[in-house]
Design a protein around this ligand. Structure first.
Ligand code: BGC
Length: 376
């Protein structure tokens, strides 16, 4: 057994003890309740604190790893690629036994990950696929194509065309409805899955003339938003409103892949005189960020996609413990996530569409947000 496996066996034992005792581990909590770092150091690399979800991801992964008996080095790179590379190098230098990585740009970590692999350090891709490298063992994420379909179904539902699961509604309006499209960052593999999932639903409606994209911008390269930045999205939306909608036509729907982008789109709409209630468009989103959940309550945003970061963290921690113990983690997809070098075995969790009606059931009952946080 090599060192990594010995540490992992201890960690797996600590996980079992920790779960049996159900005791939250405090620093220096000793062996009985898990904690204490006997499992070794795990490096957790997160992209940025500028979006709420990654803060929740980081906290959930750290807490669960500590409970399983690991020491944790959690780092955020503020969306700066060299910073993320040097954070991961540092984790390797400190003797990490495993790395859990949510990349900024999935293609830029090849060298540092090869370095990790050469030292027998396990690498788990977290939420975003690590591309162009052999050195990734497993991938924990959500069903990203389904996320995109759900974003489109939230639009078609808001327009009265379908149910939230995409089922056509009898006697639905014929349109045409004006829609504009936004996608995420092209250096994030997920952006393609979200956009392709959404276009799987929207393209037939565009072809039939039910939906009209007045800007004519329908390729992902035209509609992408570098680093998922809300201000970038806001200025693109402002340009579209000025160039396409100054003559009196209204935009009826906007496909947005992420809540921060939706907030940029909402600012652009407000700035050009749209008001909620009167011809306000249907806008999608993702991540159930608190401000955006409030925007759903107030009617500015129609829907978001809830991806429970606590469940994703559990999956990533389970994978890490299994790999370190020399076992095969549970996966449910071995086909769809080709990283350019290999198909990475993945576990895909189920995303959920959130609209005003199911906020209590999905977000409050699950303890993700409190009623007080949402409704003040
Ligand atoms: C994540 C989304 C998130 C986006 C922007 C994607 O990789 O899957 O949940 O909205 O990044 O942070």
């Amino acid at each position: 057994m090599n060192n990594r496996k010995i540490l992992a066996t201890i960690a797996a034992g600590a996980l079992a003890l920790g779960l049996a005792a159900c005791a939250p581990a405090e620093d220096g909590g000793g062996a009985a309740g898990g904690g204490g770092g006997e499992g070794g150091l795990v490096g957790v690399a997160m992209p940025t604190k500028s979006s709420e979800r990654w803060i929740q991801d980081g906290e959930a992964v750290k807490a669960q790893l500590e409970e399983a008996g690991f020491e944790v080095d959690l780092q955020y790179a503020e969306d700066d690629i060299p910073t993320q590379v040097s954070q991961i190098e540092n984790m390797i230098t400190k003797g990490a036994v495993a790395l859990i990585v949510a990349s900024i740009d999935g293609t830029t970590l090849t060298n540092v990950l090869e370095d990790a692999a050469s030292q027998d350090i396990a690498v788990i891709a977290y939420d975003r696929l690590l591309r162009d490298t052999e050195a990734v063992s497993y991938y924990a994420t959500f069903d990203n194509f389904l996320v995109g379909q759900q974003q489109a179904w939230s639009i078609t539902n808001g327009l009265g065309l379908t149910e939230l699961d995409g089922t056509a509604i009898d006697g639905a309006p014929a349109g045409p409805f004006n829609i504009e499209l936004f996608a995420g960052s092209l250096d994030d593999n997920n952006a393609f899955f979200f956009f392709n999932g959404a276009m799987d639903v929207l393209q037939p409606l565009i072809d039939d003339g039910v939906l009209v994209v007045k800007s004519d911008q329908t390729d992902i390269e035209q509609v992408a938003t570098l680093r998922w930045d809300g201000e970038t999205a806001q200025s693109r939306m402002e340009d579209i409103l000025t160039s396409q909608y100054s003559g009196g036509d209204k935009v009826n729907a906007v496909l947005s892949p992420y809540d921060g982008i939706s907030r940029g789109i909402i600012s652009a709409l407000e700035g050009s005189g749209y008001t909620v209630g009167a011809e306000w468009p249907i806008i999608s989103g993702q991540d159930a960020e608190l401000d955006s959940v409030k925007a759903i309550v107030s009617g500015e945003q129609y829907a978001t996609i809830f991806k429970d970061t606590r469940d994703l963290a559990s999956k990533a921690v389970e994978m890490t413990v299994a790999v370190l113990a020399g076992e095969e983690p549970e996966v449910n997809n071995t086909e769809d996530y080709d990283n350019g070098v290999k198909k990475v075995p993945s576990f895909l969790l189920e995303p959920i569409i959130v609209v005003a009606d199911n906020i209590p059931e999905v977000l409050i009952d699950s303890g993700y947000w409190t009623d007080e946080e949402i409704n003040g």
